[in-house]
Design a protein around this ligand. Sequence first.
Ligand SMILES: Cc1ncc(COP(=O)(O)O)c(C=O)c1O
Length: 377
Amino acid sequence: MGTLRDFKLEVYFGRHEFSAPHLLAQSDCESMTVSELLEFEPEAEQRLKDAWLGYTEVPGDPELRDLVASLYTTMDGDDVLVHTGAQEAVFAYMSVLLEPGDHVISMYPTYQSLYEVALSQGCEVSRWSLMDMGNGWTLDFDELRGLLRPNTKLIVVNTPNNPTGYTLNEEEIRELCRIASGQGINIFADEVYKGLDLDGARRPWVADVYDRATSLGVMSKAYGLAGLRIGWVASKDAALLDRQLRFKHYMSICNSAPSECLAVIALKQGDRLLERNREIIRGNLALADAFFKRCGGLFADHPPQCGPVAFHRMNKEVDMGEFCEELVRKSGVLLLPSTAYEYPGPYFRMGYGRRNFAESLRVFEEHLTEQGLVQRG
Ligand SMILES: Cc1ncc(COP(=O)(O)O)c(C=O)c1O
């Protein structure tokens, strides 16, 4: 394995996330205290107190795996492997599947580990780029077909996408799987934002459609419970899942017992949590819509189709990295610049899953007014 370059987004958040007072870029939905979660069911508190603090089962707690499997239409508990967050799962999957010289196609822009781990392993990575259509984002499947090579081993998608909010619809998922199956290519589908379908459509998990697909899920994002560090992969590819389990022996070995217990409690009430978070996002999107109107033509609004983040364009030639650094220094508002995605152009990510969004947005607007970028209303 070669060098892993800095994870730009995580380095940026590492500098600001716990000091900036107004977080306007976060991708995880509103969280809660342990006490609040324990109020979800009468036996929950006792259940946590009774949790045994020995080693846990390497593939994950059986009840948790069954609950995760029930989110899918074709999975059972044995098709699920629990990991420490989504990030460990990404690293384990790429490590067991890929070899130097393999060709990988990755949706782009996206969360850096989804292509960076492959690069560090000596793979060639082609970017399947989302295109800015002015009023939203789109993907070209002919472009994907054109990127295929005889040694293409893996296609990586992130849907709903971080940062654009672009989400494959059911027909696109089926098309993607048809393209991959034509050449026996694996798919890694990072679906950590699944469950935040703002349009009410119910899209399948990619691993329910294609045997060589692996779906990545997590408690961090749509459920707002990042502190649990509980993620998972689900796949019908039992051999690959087993190799990933053996790789986990070299990583966390097994998951935290209290976290698995709390994840079970949360998933039993999963629909309630998702509905709460969709409501927060919908409310914040309405506030943002009015904000963008008040800003005149300063920004191109690109609302997400699903998920808690959007990638907005500033209609001004600015260095987005510098703009965001100055913003956080002067006003304490944290946005995520396109530079964190190695993406050209004046874009920034905004997050819609937090309850204090209105206040953060107000401070952002105040800053824009002070800078003379927006007229005082
Ligand atoms: C698309 C995507 N995948 C994976 C992760 C990692 O998730 P976790 O923090 O739960 O490990 C993130 C976190 O931001 C993400 O946005």
